[in-house]
Write a protein that binds this ligand. Structure first.
Ligand code: NAG
Ligand code: NAG
Ligand code: NAG
Ligand code: NAG
Ligand code: NAG
Ligand code: NAG
Ligand code: NAG
Ligand code: NAG
Ligand code: NAG
Ligand code: NAG
Length: 333
């Protein structure tokens, strides 16, 4: 445009110059007409040329304007294309990012689901564990209570045991006293010791007591054995012929007494002594057949049989107890 403007100015300047020259010529040279006509022709040609030039310039200016406008339009299109490409790239990037995010979200959803499952399982387990824990606590409490009870009981028993121990120690003294009075009674201010207590009979290494009681004080076999135990003895056990003869000799004939219980009875179909041994001489007893619930009595001497008789253990009879004799002297050998 500036070019356009300057061209016009130049043109005007030229025109002005020409005008001034023209006036000057008109003022100073009126006389020379011939020459003047000639110059008019030249001026017309020049004006014509100038007009053409003006038109050409105008056309050029228009062309330039059109060109610039067209150029501008093309550059905008290019920019739009460029912008479109960029936008497409951005869109692609965004799509990728979106896909990644969707995948991540999907993954997270799956993970959350798994976590929820684990959590649910754990919670259920936890509930079970809590219940179990509660059960164990209750059990523990019970055991504690039981333990306490047992401890109390144990303390009680310990106390009782101590009491018994004390009592036993005291008893030992009185027992010794009793024993010495039993075995070594005072006779004319002198203690005289014997192998058997007062009222007991000695034979060999044994002491016997003959309970020749009459009805109703007679006892069954079990009652008789219990009585012997109270006397620190047992129903008599016959170990040999000599002892058998001794027992038979002491099975006295008294009114109301049909026999004396001895320590022999049927256990599991066998004649068995109270010391656990079997009856070896089976012919000593009549009848020999071991009948369950039968026990043996020693019968009075003048009854002609082998001396021992099998009778019902529930029968009532007199009885003979036996215990070891006290050793007063060291046995030789
Ligand atoms: C192309 O984008 C730029 C910014 O990136 C903007 O300034 C310009 O106006 C856009 N062109 C067109 C033609 O939209
Ligand atoms: C598209 O993303 C890549 C990286 O993933 C980056 O280098 C590039 O500049 C991005 N393009 C646009 C247009 O955002
Ligand atoms: C995202 O993922 C889900 C499941 O995989 C699918 O159904 C959905 O169409 C996806 N969305 C996009 C925008 O890709
Ligand atoms: C989704 O998980 C799969 C496997 O489960 C894995 O290969 C993929 O890379 C994960 N995607 C993302 C975005 O974490
Ligand atoms: C977990 O799963 C349970 C059903 O099994 C559903 O009720 C609960 O809403 C889920 N929790 C979450 C956080 O997804
Ligand atoms: C639940 O507890 C049991 C044992 O009581 C165990 O074997 C199992 O694995 C546990 N389950 C879970 C999901 O922890
Ligand atoms: C021991 O327990 C018995 C009952 O079981 C009770 O009579 C006695 O008094 C208790 N003794 C002590 C020392 O607690
Ligand atoms: C009690 O006497 C017996 C013998 O009869 C003896 O063995 C025991 O040690 C005595 N007990 C005490 C506590 O002296
Ligand atoms: C012993 O006598 C009692 C009744 O006194 C009787 O019930 C029992 O059957 C008798 N036993 C035998 C083995 O005869
Ligand atoms: C027991 O003695 C009486 C006399 O006191 C006598 O009549 C009876 O026959 C004797 N019995 C036996 C089995 O000897």
């Amino acid at each position: 445009m500036s070019l356009n403007f300057s061209d016009k100015k130049e043109e005007e300047t030229v025109y002005d110059e020409v005008k001034v020259k023209n006036e000057l010529i008109e003022q100073t040279d009126d006389t020379k007409d011939e020459k003047a006509n000639n110059r008019d022709g030249h001026f017309r040609q020049l004006a014509c040329c100038l007009g053409i030039l003006c038109v050409v310039l105008l056309l050029a200016i228009i062309g330039v304007c059109v060109y610039i406008t067209a150029f501008n339009h093309t550059s905008e299109q290019n920019q739009l294309k460029e912008n479109l490409t960029i936008l497409q790239a951005v869109n692609l990037n965004l799509t990728n990012i979106n896909n990644k995010l969707n995948s991540t979200v999907n993954n997270l959803t799956v993970q959350l689901d798994n976590l929820n499952k684990s959590y649910t399982a754990l919670e259920s387990n936890n509930t079970d564990l809590i219940a179990e824990n509660q059960k164990l606590k209750t059990q523990n409490q019970k055991l504690k209570t039981q333990n306490q009870q047992l401890e109390t009981q144990m303390k009680n028993l310990t106390d009782m045991l101590q009491d018994m121990e004390t009592e036993r120690n005291e008893l030992n003294v009185s027992r010794a006293q009793w024993s010495i009075d039993q075995y070594c009674p005072i006779d004319k201010a002198v203690r005289q010791c014997k192998s058997c207590q007062v009222g007991w009979l000695q034979d060999q290494s044994s002491c016997y007591v003959i309970l020749d009681v009459r009805p109703p004080n007679q006892k069954t076999w079990d009652e008789a054995q219990a009585d012997c135990k109270e006397r620190n003895s047992e129903l008599a056990v016959i170990n040999n012929r000599q002892e058998k003869a001794y027992i038979r000799g002491r099975s006295w004939n008294r009114t109301g007494i049909s026999g004396y219980w001895i320590g022999l009875r049927v256990v599991d179909g066998k004649w068995t002594w109270v010391d656990g041994s079997d009856l070896t001489e089976i012919s000593w007893i009549q009848p020999e057949t071991p009948t369950e619930g039968h026990c043996a009595i020693s019968v009075p001497t003048n009854i002609p049989n082998n001396g021992l008789k099998s009778v019902n253990c529930s029968d009532r009879n007199a009885w003979i107890c036996e215990k070891k004799a006290l050793r007063l002297f060291e046995l030789k050998g």
